[in-house]
Design a protein around this ligand. Structure first.
Ligand code: PAZ
Length: 343
């Protein structure tokens, strides 16, 4: 697909318009047999992931530590939005709105439910245990007492203490592994490495795919190296569809895992149908359907058997993620029991 843009500093904003155009092309199905070839082409041409050996090593240690002889469940939570760069030496990129709130908050509830969590998150997105802190915690939570000392402001002392202690306990206790990404290339390569590493725990693995993943990207080899210059009135940007890696995850990377994907729409009239279609197409165990403006209030968990509405308990000033993780954790336990393949 070719999109025409005006070449100025607002490229990242203008991308919104071409995404609307490209949405119309989403209905075009990719024949099943070409998916693997497309996925291979994506990975073959992606810029190699930095420190992939180090990441694999961290994962192996984390999974080992949380496996034998324990029967602890491990969830990979993906969080925040991927970027699709327009230049190899990237100045501009296609982005999306995702803040990472869903992934970060869910991570806290998964830890409470006894899971070990691999948190695959967009750099600078929301982090677990930081929900009660202000936007700029470093500058707003601390104050100088004299030239060489700082202290926590009274108003935030409890929140800072809780965040630091809970985060430290989870990471130092070997229950939380945090892996950052920026681009769609990094995200998909890391997801693949994580899934392959988690294969050995079979159905005890869960994927909770809350990240908003780019639908379209510029293949690395077709991307210009340097910053796009603003010399003419039109800028041609050719974006192609990102291969549907959910199918690869289900079929090849982690076939025994319990897989939850998310479906976001702005039109509530199409949301549940789209979630149902994704459930079937990608053979997910559940799809969490959410509508943009109400996503923090309610979601619908769609499975082959039922559609369950999960709501935030306003009286307890709760998060919708609390009941959501309870429900998914119960479903995962049943899945493990029924799979009969628990390792
Ligand atoms: O990150 P956030 O808390 O601002 O938003 C969460 C979300 C809406 C990105 C997530 O719930 C979701 O639906 N992720 C999948 C989006 C998609 O359909 O690609």
């Amino acid at each position: 697909m070719v999109a025409r843009l005006t070449p100025d500093q607002k490229v990242a904003c203008s991308i919104h318009e071409i995404l609307i155009l490209m949405d119309a092309a989403k209905g075009l199905e990719v024949p099943g047999e070409t998916l693997e070839a497309e996925a291979k082409a994506f990975f073959d041409s992606a810029p190699p992931l930095q420190n992939s050996d180090g990441i694999t090593q961290q994962l192996d240690q984390f999974i080992q530590r949380n496996s034998s002889p324990s029967t602890r469940r491990i969830v990979c939570v993906t969080s925040g939005g991927t970027t699709a760069p327009l230049e190899q030496r990237c100045v501009r990129y296609v982005d999306n709105f995702s803040s990472g709130h869903r992934g970060a908050t869910s991570t806290e509830y998964f830890l409470k439910a006894g899971y070990a969590v691999i948190f695959l998150y967009r750099k600078r997105s929301f982090q677990p245990f930081c929900r009660s802190l202000p936007d700029d915690p470093l500058l707003e939570c601390f104050k100088p007492t004299d030239e060489s000392n700082i202290q926590v402001c009274e108003a935030y002392s409890e929140a800072v203490k809780r965040a630091v202690v809970d985060h430290h306990n989870a990471v130092a206790g070997g229950l939380l592994l945090k892996l950052p990404f920026n681009t769609i290339f990094e995200y998909l390569q890391m997801l693949q490495i994580i899934a392959m590493s988690m294969r050995c725990i079979g159905p005890r693995a869960m994927f909770y795919l809350a990240a908003a993943v780019s639908d379209y990207y510029v293949p690395w080899k077709e991307m210009v190296e340097h910053k796009i210059q603003s010399g003419s009135h039109l800028l041609d940007v050719k974006l192609i569809q990102v291969p549907k890696m959910l199918s690869m995850l289900r079929k090849d990377w982690a076939p025994l895992a319990f897989c939850i994907s998310f479906k976001l729409e702005t039109d509530s009239n199409i949301l549940l149908n789209k979630a149902g279609a994704a459930l079937e197409k990608y053979k997910m165990d559940a799809v969490v359907a959410n509508e943009l403006s109400s996503r923090k209030e309610q979601v619908v968990v769609v499975t082959s058997a039922e559609k369950v509405t999960v709501q935030r308990d306003k009286n307890r000033s709760d998060n919708v993620e609390n009941p959501l993780i309870k429900l998914l954790s119960e479903k995962h336990a049943i899945y493990i029991e029924h799979s009969g393949r628990c390792v």
